[in-house]
Design a protein around this ligand. Structure first.
Ligand SMILES: Nc1ncnc2c1ncn2[C@@H]1O[C@H](COP(=O)(O)OP(=O)(O)O)[C@@H](O)[C@H]1O
Ligand SMILES: [Mg+2]
Length: 289
């Protein structure tokens, strides 16, 4: 890494329900269990899914009285003044200040972004060392990346989201000399191995080549994610009924393996393991929202 401070992972896709918040939490908790100090940032002021996830996690940890790691979580609120441009400036200031502070305290920062274009979405994409874009596993949902020829099905034009990402990457490259590593991942794959699935995979790979990004192996559709959300847990936490809200199953084990493969595919920088004592402040950190 050429800069000092935390490695920043943004999770983005201008589409709701593609699995951004779920992925953000899983990445953060995976890194915590590796012994890293981790910060999480929620810039999705409408849904606040990651913030709710963290509240649920804290409640579960308190109830179960278990030593389960929590990231240092920050929530960036929306400014509600009359002037849009003043709001944008104010939001951006809070974002920049929060990130600059957090960056000195942790090894990794995971930013969850909303499913729409706004100045904070752009700011987050512009800061990312690594950008992860979960994609719902259907041809229709690929329109977030590209437009397709109706007859041939070939991708013919990049979408507004792809263009925003490319602009953010170009801007960051100019500012820092570093290219954001953009990784696409299919999520909620229900029909592994079927014709449609391989069509989606092939198309994603075609698009990735055009966009200069990479494709990681996907995450399957699984009902376990619902109860995990309610308890703020992930498949990287201890596989115990009390923490999972369900009997531990092969679903949990398999999902753990898939998320591990995803992290491996991200090729995150390796940091020296932090001694456990150094990790305490992160555990004790208060939710800011
Ligand atoms: N692999 C998966 N299998 C089943 N449900 C999933 C999976 N990934 C995410 N979900 C569910 O899909 C919904 C949307 O996920 P979320 O992470 O909130 O998406 P986003 O942040 O992109 O809007 C949530 O209810 C979540 O539990
Ligand atoms: Mg979300």
């Amino acid at each position: 890494m050429s800069h000092s401070g935390a490695h920043i992972i943004a999770v983005g896709n201008e589409k709701g329900g593609s699995g951004k918040s779920t992925t953000a939490l899983h990445l953060a908790v995976y890194l915590l269990h590796q012994g890293y100090r981790v910060g999480t940032v929620d810039v999705d002021s409408r849904q606040q899914t990651l913030t709710r996830y963290m509240r649920n996690r804290r409640a579960t940890v308190d109830t179960a009285k278990r030593d389960i790691p929590l990231p240092k979580h920050l929530y960036i609120p929306t400014a509600w003044g009359d002037s849009i441009s003043e709001n944008q400036v104010a939001e951006r200031e809070i974002f920049d200040r929060s990130l600059a502070g957090l960056r000195e305290e942790v090894d990794f920062i995971v930013i969850d972004t909303p499913g729409f274009d706004c100045n904070l979405t752009r700011a987050a994409h512009g800061m990312a060392d690594t950008l992860v874009t979960p994609l719902n596993d259907s041809m229709i949902d690929l329109d977030v990346l590209a437009r397709f020829d109706e007859k041939t099905g070939e991708p013919i034009q990049t979408s507004p989201y792809s263009r925003n990402v490319q602009a953010a990457r170009a801007d960051r490259l100019e500012r820092t000399g570093q290219m954001t590593d953009w990784v696409l991942v299919r999520n909620r794959i229900s029909n592994l191995g079927s014709r449609n699935a391989s069509e989606v995979q092939q198309t994603v790979e075609q698009i990735a080549e055009r966009l200069g990004c990479r494709v990681a192996d996907g995450i399957a559709e699984r009902v376990i994610f619902r109860s995990l959300f309610k308890l703020g847990m992930t498949v990287f936490d201890p596989l115990e009924a009390e923490l999972l809200g369900a009997t531990p199953s092969m679903s949990h084990v398999n999902a753990r393996q898939e998320y591990r493969s995803l992290v491996a595919a991200l090729r995150l920088p390796v940091r020296l393991p932090v001694p456990v004592a150094d990790n305490e402040p992160a555990k004790a950190a208060q939710l800011s929202a």
